[in-house]
Design a protein around this ligand. Structure first.
Ligand code: SF4
Ligand SMILES: [Zn+2]
Length: 342
């Protein structure tokens, strides 16, 4: 267990309560209580984070596993997660850590301070650090300190996020965060409400645009396509159209196969044809790079030049081979800039 650390971004309100300004949940927390995410608590009229340095999971992962396909391909990223989340997705693969109520449970963890995290990354030969596995925005204080040190040490920095974060929080970490791998889970409030227990997903879109336009982060979007829930043409086309307009046609979109789990254990895995249809919809709307995920061996994981169609990066599982790029980002055949960062 870590020392309590006073949280960033809150205000004191009437009756000893505090108002957390970090995410759109907008929690007003009474003395002794915790916010929706379970990791920010009111003690004595001040807001504290319980998870500074509290690491539930750590691994030196391929960057492709996040997934980030146009960002330092073939490198390893030291990936860390803690506990809690500000969403409650019914199919969350990491529910043991994400849905845990840290304030109330005695959960296993390792205390790794930001300085130690950088040392581990250097020792493991990682090229960067990713805050991932659970929602990193609710870990702002820790990821911010870590990101500052990481940048100073020449490492890249990544959030793997649901994007449900207020803009002032993004502004805190914006100068130190290189990549924003964000879930665009669907494209209606009804879907977000049902799946993630979030009433309005507009803040996700706004945060993503802000990450890209205000802070020039490298953005890649992911949509886990769940049969009968977000596999309709209107939502898929809506996401692709929005991405082209707001993030640009070169923004990678990962459409991934759903595997039945938790609340949705009775559903069926996404048919590959549905993923291929989603990919086609993305291309029709003008996206240049739409990747099919969670289907081992599918060629939809490879990067092809959108201009001349040459194979540029071959991916088999997490084995990545750059075969057709020059100077990291240009197609070696036609010279097109693919928009690879790193
Ligand atoms: S970060 Fe946690 S405490 Fe703060 S508003 Fe979001 S869910 Fe509530
Ligand atoms: Zn080309």
């Amino acid at each position: 267990m870590s020392e309590l650390k006073e949280a960033l971004l809150y205000e004191k309100i009437d009756g000893g309560k505090v108002h957390c300004l970090l995410c759109p949940r907008d929690c007003r927390i009474a003395e002794g209580g915790a916010g929706y995410c379970g990791v920010r608590v009111n003690q004595g009229g001040k807001l504290f984070t319980l998870i500074y340095g509290v690491v539930s999971s750590i691994a030196n992962d391929p960057i492709e596993k996040k997934p980030l396909f146009h960002f330092y391909p073939g490198t390893k990223v030291l990936s860390v997660g803690t506990y809690g989340c500000n969403m409650r997705c019914g199919h969350c693969q990491n529910w043991q850590i994400a849905h845990a109520v840290y304030a109330k449970q005695n959960l296993p963890s390792e205390l790794i301070l930001p300085e130690q995290l950088i040392e581990i990354a250097k020792k493991e030969g990682s090229s960067g650090i990713a805050w991932t596995y659970n929602e990193p925005s609710i870990w702002l204080e820790y990821s911010l300190d870590g990101a500052k040190l990481a940048k100073a040490a020449g490492l890249y920095t990544v959030w793997v996020t649901n994007g449900y974060v207020n803009l002032p929080a993004l502004d805190e970490i914006g100068p130190y965060l290189d990549a924003f791998r964000v879930d665009i889970k669907g494209f209606t409030n009804e879907f977000y409400k049902k799946l993630a227990k979030v009433p309005d997903y507009d803040p996700v879109l706004k945060a993503t645009i802000h990450a890209k336009k205000r802070w020039n982060m490298h953005v890649e979007c992911i949509t886990n396509i769940i049969p009968t829930m977000n596999d309709d043409e209107a939502q898929l086309r809506g996401i692709a159209k929005w991405m082209v307009k707001e993030l640009g046609p070169g923004t990678p979109w990962h459409v991934t196969r759903f595997i039945p789990y938790l609340e949705y254990a009775d559903l069926y895995p996404t048919p590959v044809e549905t993923l291929e249809r989603a990919q086609m919809i993305g291309y029709e709307e003008g996206l240049r790079y739409v990747y099919i995920g969670n289907v081992p061996g599918h060629k939809g994981e490879n990067t092809y030049c959108h201009n001349c169609k040459k194979l540029l990066i071959e991916r088999i599982g997490f084995k990545t081979e750059v075969v057709g790029l020059r100077d990291r980002t240009f197609c070696s055949n036609c010279g097109e800039d693919i928009g690879i960062r790193g």
